[in-house]
Design a protein around this ligand. Structure first.
Ligand code: NAP
Length: 329
């Protein structure tokens, strides 16, 4: 796993956890089955800077240690703190908490790693910058085949909060590489785009044209509105702000220009869009919960109790939400 943000931690946690420990969540059955087959024993997460420069957040980091039968492994040589790191630790409570968690973990770790007993390991590496991914050369006609290894350049902190290469290279034999190095928005035709920030220019979600005037009827929310940052709570608050402006703008339209709510449904039907309604969503929710109840009853009181079984194919979700026959899951 390349990257030291929350996406990297989420993916690393999912890859290293035992599938049965995910059944208490709403994991879809197809995902559960794939993870159940997983032969994974070791997951490595690589950050290119030091422990004080990670982008993840304290709660998500601590969550890693809650996985059953998974040992977290850290490496003393990755724990470099320069004067700038000390300043970051002192000036930011989140950084202080995370560095505290990581240093506690490494202090508690046995010196002889063979004393660790879990069947899976999650390794957190710092000061590693990716250079090259190797294939096993089993592919045909120049295809490098399956992933067989990855090369990193060791880095060191440069005193500004960044890291520079040391000229020392290390190879790790790995069978898969996942990238979690952040996102950059994509532009849409006929809508202004800020190419340096990767966002659609907007004022609280009201999309602006090149002169900074709101383009009627166009709104933005989420990462295209403010960039790829923030936890789920921020994203919800952000959507609330945009929708509040949208409703305010609708209320301020002259009566003749204000579309009636039914026109949205008409538009979707005319375009053949498979939409659902709030009542439809409630019907799907009830259906998924009833499948969960049935699975729990089948498993018996001692078995794993499932709150719901998710319906995965989109067409089945639409059909059930529209009162159709429950599809086989
Ligand atoms: N639980 C949650 O609520 C949750 C879950 C997932 C995501 N999120 C949020 O979603 C947003 C995006 O998360 P994210 O993890 O995708 O991005 P992120 O927080 O921006 O982290 C990206 C990571 O990738 C590294 N990186 C970037 N380019 C690289 C390169 N060329 N080589 C090696 N490493 C590189 C960065 O290192 P540098 O710092 O050195 O650039 C950083 O460690 C964040 O605000 C995050 O908190 C929240």
């Amino acid at each position: 796993m390349i990257g030291n943000g929350n996406v990297a931690l989420d993916v690393a946690r999912m890859l290293s956890k035992h599938a049965d420990d995910l059944l208490v969540s709403e994991i879809p059955d197809n995902v559960y089955r794939a993870l159940k087959e997983s032969p994974v024993t070791d997951v490595h997460v690589f950050g290119r800077r030091g422990p004080a420069q990670v982008k993840f957040t304290p709660l998500e980091l601590r969550e890693l240690s809650h996985s059953k039968d998974v040992d977290i492994i850290l490496y003393a040589e990755d724990f470099e703190f320069d004067a700038e790191s000390d300043r970051q630790i002192q000036s930011n409570n989140q950084t202080k908490t995370m560095v505290g968690t990581l240093t506690n973990w490494i202090a508690e770790q046995p010196e002889d790693l063979s004393e660790l007993t879990a069947s899976r390991r999650l390794h957190l590496h710092f000061l590693h910058s990716p250079v090259e991914i190797y294939g096993d050369n089993t592919g045909e006609a120049g295809d490098p085949g399956r992933v067989a290894g990855i090369k990193f350049e060791r880095t060191e902190l440069d005193g500004t909060g960044n890291a520079r290469g040391t000229g020392e290279f290390v190879d790790y034999p790995v069978q898969a590489v996942y990238r979690a190095i952040g996102y950059f928005g994509s532009s849409l035709p006929e809508v202004e785009f800020d190419h340096s920030k990767g966002v659609v220019p907007n004022d609280g979600g009201r999309v602006l044209d090149a002169s900074g005037t709101h383009v009627p009827g166009i709104y933005a929310t989420g990462w295209i509105k403010r960039g790829p940052v923030g936890l789920i709570g921020h994203t919800k608050g952000d959507a609330l702000e945009t929708v509040t402006y949208l409703l305010e703008d609708r209320d301020n339209l002259p009566l003749a220009a204000a579309p009636a709510p039914e026109t949205i449904v008409e538009l979707l039907e005319n375009r053949g869009v498979q939409y659902t309604s709030w009542e439809g969503w409630l019907a799907l929710d009830a259906h998924e919960r009833s499948l969960g109840e049935k699975a729990s009853a089948d498993a018996g009181a001692e078995g794993i109790q499932r709150e719901r079984i998710k319906v995965v194919p989109r067409e089945d979700m639409v059909e059930i939400s529209r009162g159709g026959v429950a599809a086989e899951v």
